[in-house]
Design a protein around this ligand. Structure first.
Ligand code: SF4
Ligand code: SF4
Length: 134
């Protein structure tokens, strides 16, 4: 089978997102769906990202704002629990960080090359009554 690149399709082409019959895709987790070869879910489309959001689980209140507002469906949430970021598709727009309501935020933007372990260790600390008084 010859596969076309994204700029080789005829104007007006219809690209099927899934292979075969899809009855109710909403009840199937994204990683278990039968994507077609032309579906961008199957490839990394975030190579040009220059900043990435990192996630500090301990600060998250599972409000799901990041999941609702992400324009790329790149927030991974299961059973209404935020579990991480899909870095194959996240474009680094920073909207998830903007809408995260916690103080400090459970999501922050960092340069693409930043070391996750180091940044998580240096994350701003939550203020307590004790730290406020000192
Ligand atoms: S940075 Fe933008 S694309 Fe990436 S997870 Fe956040 S809202 Fe989604
Ligand atoms: S917006 Fe922030 S607090 Fe809410 S689910 Fe996302 S990471 Fe957690």
């Amino acid at each position: 089978m010859i596969e076309n690149g994204w700029n080789q399709f005829e104007i007006g082409s219809v690209l099927r997102p899934f292979s075969g019959e899809v009855s109710d895709v909403s009840v199937i987790q994204p990683e278990d769906r039968l994507y077609s070869a032309s579906n961008s879910f199957s490839v990394s489309v975030a190579d040009w990202r220059i900043e990435k959001p990192l996630f500090k689980k301990e600060l998250c209140i599972d409000c799901q704002f990041c999941w609702i507002y992400c324009p790329d469906m790149s927030i991974i949430s299961r059973d209404k629990k935020m579990i991480g970021v899909d870095y194959d598709h996240c474009k680094g727009c920073g909207i998830c960080v903007q809408v995260c309501p916690t103080t400090p935020k459970a999501l922050l933007m960092f340069p693409e090359q930043a070391d996750e372990e180091i940044e998580l260790a240096q994350w701003p600390k939550k203020e307590t009554q004790e730290t406020k008084e000192n």
